[in-house]
Ligand binder design. Structure first.
Ligand SMILES: Cc1cc2nc3c(=O)[nH]c(=O)nc-3n(C[C@H](O)[C@H](O)[C@H](O)COP(=O)(O)OP(=O)(O)OC[C@H]3O[C@@H](n4cnc5c(N)ncnc54)[C@H](O)[C@@H]3O)c2cc1C
Length: 403
């Protein structure tokens, strides 16, 4: 994978943000649905790897958009950033849906072991050898660059499910393993949305003329399915309330543990005396280049965080955290809260081990997440209605919600 287009640093993210900000208004609204291809995209930001790992925060993107275009002028861009937040909140309150996806993926992988024809079809799709114009190009682009345009993601997922009739979980896993912005919420729920599981019964059908028009004639795929019958499953569980988090002890000897879901802790108010800094690297099943990108972003994030704390960070695997805590005589480790996904799973498994060693692991929820996530109880339309109420708090530096 060539990740050169996305240098894994906050400085590169800020530079991209600055360069894209003038286009967050009319240019974005008019052009965001069309994909001229790699190296030619001017109407979308390609900021997702930075926001996903919080080298930049959602609030920083929204503030830049509003400051330059006003809330109305940048409405579409702001809404898209809030889609990311909405998906996060939705899954956070329904973690069982991620478990369901993981169980479906495991079943589909077992099915591939027994069904050679299925395994071959999946392999051909992932290697860009399906014979479908566009689809094959997107498969190769994803593997080569770790990024796909939003419309290409929608077309790809739709063709995977409704034309190639492959298990959606294997497609979501293919995306997850290669995307630099791979996100348990946005990825899983967007695939579910295309399949008709998320907005139950409502699918997304990729059409030849739509692909031709919005790829500027680059692709003209024949033989796409003309129907998209929604997949089915039991309804999702009702939303759970977000877990209340314990407050950090201000006087305890404290370490700050960053991780791939929040690599720099930008603007995070920890309210404790930080004496040691570390970054947790986990094995999450993604391809080596994607994991290396996250590790490099974490390294950069730790350097940024260390500068403000006067500390030098160290990189740790899960198995090394207890020793690090002992070495630094810590009784408390604060960490930015990791949403549903592999980092959360690793931290959950680590909590009792640390506790046995006399160390309390305290996740800290960002005010932005605490403000927005609880609103994701219904569909995006209901969430969107709340954006005008949310914006003043997100924009105003220092207010709850602004980090
Ligand atoms: C099948 C499928 C899988 C996806 N998987 C992921 C994923 O793993 N990780 C991920 O971050 N996004 C995912 N998306 C959402 C979206 O495609 C990407 O966030 C977007 O394309 C990133 O490119 P950009 O930064 O140029 O976006 P821009 O259009 O410039 O948007 C700015 C920011 O808004 C957010 N955003 C924009 N569109 C969406 C959207 N539809 N849903 C959620 N957030 C959005 C992103 O944070 C993005 O960086 C997926 C979409 C689909 C259809």
């Amino acid at each position: 994978m060539q990740t050169i287009h996305f240098p894994p640093t906050r400085a590169a993210g800020l530079d991209r943000l600055t360069r894209f900000t003038p286009r967050m208004g009319r240019t974005y609204a008019a052009g965001r649905n069309s994909d001229p291809g790699p190296g030619k995209r001017t109407a979308v930001s390609e900021l997702s790897p930075y926001v996903r790992h919080r080298l930049l925060t959602e609030a920083e993107l929204i503030r830049a958009a509003v400051a330059t275009h006003g809330a109305a002028g940048a409405e579409k861009f702001i809404q898209e950033v809030f889609w990311r937040t909405y998906w996060k909140g939705w899954l956070e309150m329904r973690p069982a849906i991620h478990d369901r996806y993981r169980a479906g993926l495991s079943a589909a992988m077992t099915a591939m072991q027994h069904d050679r024809s299925l395994a071959r079809r999946v392999e051909r799709a992932c290697e860009g050898r399906s014979g479908i114009d566009g689809f094959d190009d997107w498969a190769r682009e994803l593997v080569e660059t770790g990024y796909l345009h939003n419309h290409a993601r929608m077309w790809f997922a739709s063709i995977w499910i409704f034309t190639l009739r492959l298990p959606w979980e294997l497609g979501a896993d293919f995306f997850y393993r290669h995307l630099l912005d791979a996100d348990p919420a946005s990825n899983t729920l967007s695939w579910r949305w295309v399949a008709g599981l998320q907005t139950r019964g409502k699918t997304y059908l990729a059409r030849r003329d739509n692909i031709r028009d919005h790829s500027y004639g680059r692709f003209d795929p024949e033989g796409l399915s003309g129907v998209a019958l929604a997949l089915d499953e039991p309804p999702p569980p009702p939303p759970l309330a977000l877990l209340p988090l314990p407050a950090p002890d201000r006087r305890a000897p404290t370490g700050l543990l960053l991780h791939g879901d929040d690599v720099a802790g930008i603007g995070l108010a920890v309210a404790a005396d930080i004496q040691a800094l570390a970054g947790l690297v986990i094995e999450d099943g993604r391809v080596a280049a994607a994991q290396a990108w996250t590790a490099a972003a974490l390294d950069n994030g730790m350097t940024e965080a260390g500068r403000s704390q006067g500390l030098t960070g160290t990189t740790l695997s899960v198995g090394e955290v207890v020793a690090w805590a002992r070495q630094n005589r810590l009784t408390q480790i604060v960490t930015p809260e990791a949403p549903v996904g592999p980092v959360r799973a690793a931290l959950t498994a680590l909590t009792p081990v640390l506790s046995q060693a006399g160390v309390r692991l305290v996740p800290v929820r960002r005010p932005y997440d605490a403000l927005c996530w609880p609103l994701a109880t219904k569909g995006f339309f209901a969430f969107k209605e709340r954006i005008p109420d949310l914006l003043p708090q997100v924009i105003q530096d220092g207010s709850p919600g602004s980090s």
